[in-house]
Design a protein. Structure first.
Length: 640
């Protein structure tokens, strides 16, 4: 039976209609095959990289064991040097990024694999070619030497005295200084020493050039996108700035009160009642946050209202640094987190020698999965007790994320781990926790003592946060070309005026280069001011959340203020902390922070709630003294 013309046309129409479907199916099959091939080859690349990384971790373990066994590694042979580990790590990360940068991420179906590629395909300084990377390391060493090198001759006299380092020597001199002239002399002497023949400025210029080159390798037209690489946020600087403005009303009240104290103590500083505070004095204020002989008065300066000394009692109760370590570990065990076994203390916990650790004597955590290790400071005091709680937080974090794939076994953004550590540091320093340790008789301070403690904490925190932001913003604005070379110094002082109410001690010009020593410390991405800013702000946000869920902070209840919250023994807080730690970098940091805070942005709310009693007192006291918060700085930088 033949087909009619009408039926032939119908069949033809149907065939034509099926062509796109057949083509689509064919395309999908091809795409699926390509995706499978991409995934297979990517997994092979990452498997090889993981093997190489395990070798590097083994090298780190041998270094740790050698450092703690006086001589050759117990594993046999001479242990590798830190420089060898650094070289191996650089070559691995550089080559891995080059291989992964050509992987079409969107065609990888496994979301965890996509995340690994995204994290490992882009680098900061390690993305530089070997020659440029070595130069960047040399420049970082030079800037580190600006801070810790013996470079400064006070009064130009180095014939009878050794030159001094900015940190710790000059910082300690400033902390104890009684005369304004000494502060100014020290301020100028260090800047003259590091900027002889424009050394500091030219070093900074060369370093910024390399940061820009690193950004081009990532395909970033705006260099700061590489600086803020793992924050995965458009215009992260704007988010930080919003926090600075959020806490600014509190900062302005504190600034006004401190300015009044400066006028009384240092009349030669010629501080105006509506003006800025000169930089050498603001530096001293920061250094005196916990110094018992500070020049500024606390809210209740009489002796009976001073904070109780805990040093002797701490020595009686905790006896040795080892016992402090175990008490800090108990904090996390009370939350339901990992128990640090006797085996850990026997094999992977070692005391530093008395001459190690530098002026800060900070404990060090070693990460070489499947093990973690600790070298702890032998000093026994209140500050070290709080710091070791933060160090134990880092150990716990490493234990939880060590089972994650290489590349995701890290914090979701720089400073996130520091923020978690900050929560335990805050809790361990409270009267409530010190009472739990039998160091204080009562679980709360008197109202006057509590306000004095908050004031000290305010100087420590509120004065530092704007400086972290200023140092970060100055670097980023230079990097992105918003500040030209001839404008460096005056632009820096404009930022100090705008965000901190700080000015130079005398007329300066665009030929000078005046950033403080913490600016140079923050040049390394691993110790950046960005990272410190996030750790501080997010740390208070986490602390507030842990305190709320534990019932140790009850807004409006004077018996449970945020500033005396100890969330020890709270399984609810522990569950939040564990869940965040176990995720490592598998999720965006905003997803991870939301687990605890219910928020996805940085916020100054927790800081404002923590310091609420201080804020109230400052407003009342400034009103009594007829002090107007805010400042109008003199124009003390001229263009040349």
């Amino acid at each position: 039976m033949g087909l009619s013309t009408k039926n032939l046309r119908l069949i033809l129409v149907m065939v034509v209609a099926l062509i796109p479907t057949l083509a689509y199916c064919s395309f999908n099959k091809a795409t699926s095959n390509h995706s499978a091939n991409y995934e297979q080859s990517t997994r092979e690349i990452l498997a090889t990289a993981t093997e190489r990384m395990q070798n590097i971790w083994n090298m780190k373990q041998r270094i740790f064991l050698q450092l703690t066994s006086k001589g050759k590694s117990p594993l046999g042979g001479q242990a590798p040097t830190k420089q060898e580990v650094e070289n191996e790590t650089y070559h691995l990360m550089y080559e891995l990024a080059a291989n992964l940068s050509v992987v079409p991420v969107n065609q990888l179906e496994d979301p965890l694999l996509r995340r690994r590629v995204q994290r490992l395909a882009k680098l900061q300084l390690r993305g530089l070619r070997p020659r440029d990377y070595e130069q960047a390391k040399d420049l970082l060493r030079s800037m580190r030497n600006f801070v810790s090198g013996p470079l400064v001759c006070i009064s130009e006299d180095c014939t009878t005295r050794r030159p001094l380092a900015m940190y710790p020597h000059i910082v300690n001199k400033n902390m104890r200084a009684k005369h304004y002239e000494d502060l100014v002399l020290n301020w100028f002497s260090w800047r003259r020493a590091i900027n002889d023949k424009d050394t500091a400025k030219s070093t900074f210029i060369d370093y910024v050039r390399l940061l820009r080159i690193a950004a081009t390798y990532n395909g970033h037209v705006t260099p700061s996108r590489t600086w803020y690489l793992n924050y995965d946020t458009e215009n992260f600087q704007a988010e930080m700035e919003a926090v600075v403005w959020e806490i600014m009303p509190l900062y302005r009240e504190l600034h006004a009160y401190l300015r009044h104290e400066v006028q009384i103590t240092y009349p030669k500083a010629d501080t105006k009642s509506d003006g800025a505070i000169v930089a050498p004095v603001m530096d001293q204020i920061l250094s005196q946050d916990w110094y018992p002989h500070q020049f500024f008065r606390t809210p209740h300066p009489s002796r009976q209202h001073q904070l109780p000394s805990v040093h002797r009692r701490l020595e009686e109760v905790l006896v040795t640094p080892v016992k402090i370590n175990k008490k800090a570990a108990e904090f996390f065990e009370s939350l339901g987190l990992n128990h640090m076994s006797d085996g850990f203390y026997d094999r992977y916990s070692r005391r530093m020698n008395d001459d190690e650790g530098g002026p800060d004597c900070k404990s060090q955590v070693y990460y070489f999965p499947p093990n973690v290790a600790l070298r702890y400071c032998p000093k026994l005091d209140y500050k070290k007790m709080m710091q070791i709680h933060g160090t134990m937080a880092e150990l716990q974090y490493n234990i939880y994320k060590r089972d994650l794939p290489f590349g995701l076994d890290t914090e979701p953004c720089p400073g996130f781990g520091g923020a978690l550590a900050e929560t335990v540091v805050l809790a361990s320093g409270t009267a409530r926790h010190l009472h739990r340790l039998h160091i204080l008789l009562n679980d709360s301070l008197s109202e006057e003592q509590s306000l004095n403690r908050l004031f000290r904490m305010g100087v420590h925190t509120l004065v530092a946060v704007p400086q972290y932001f200023i140092n970060d913003k100055f670097l980023v604005d230079v990097m992105d070309g918003r500040i030209g070379v001839k404008e460096y110094n005056c632009a820096y002082w404009r930022l100090q005026d705008k965000y901190a109410g700080v000015q130079p001690p005398a007329l300066h010009s665009s030929k000078d280069f005046d950033p403080d020593f913490k600016f140079y410390r923050g040049m390394n991405p691993e110790t950046s001011n960005t990272k410190k800013f996030l750790s501080e702000i997010l740390g208070f946000q986490f602390y507030r959340s842990f305190c709320l869920v534990s019932g140790q902070y009850k807004p409006g209840d004077p018996k449970f203020p945020l500033h005396n919250c100890d969330f020890y023994d709270s399984k609810e807080a522990g569950d939040m902390m564990r869940e965040m730690m176990k995720l490592g970098a598998t999720r965006h940091w905003r997803d991870v922070m939301e687990i605890a805070t219910g928020e996805r942005k940085l916020s100054g709310r927790a800081i404002l709630e923590y310091f609420a009693p201080l804020f109230t007192w400052l407003k009342e006291r400034n009103k009594q003294l007829d002090i107007e918060p805010g400042w109008d700085a003199d124009e003390l930088c001229r263009k040349e």
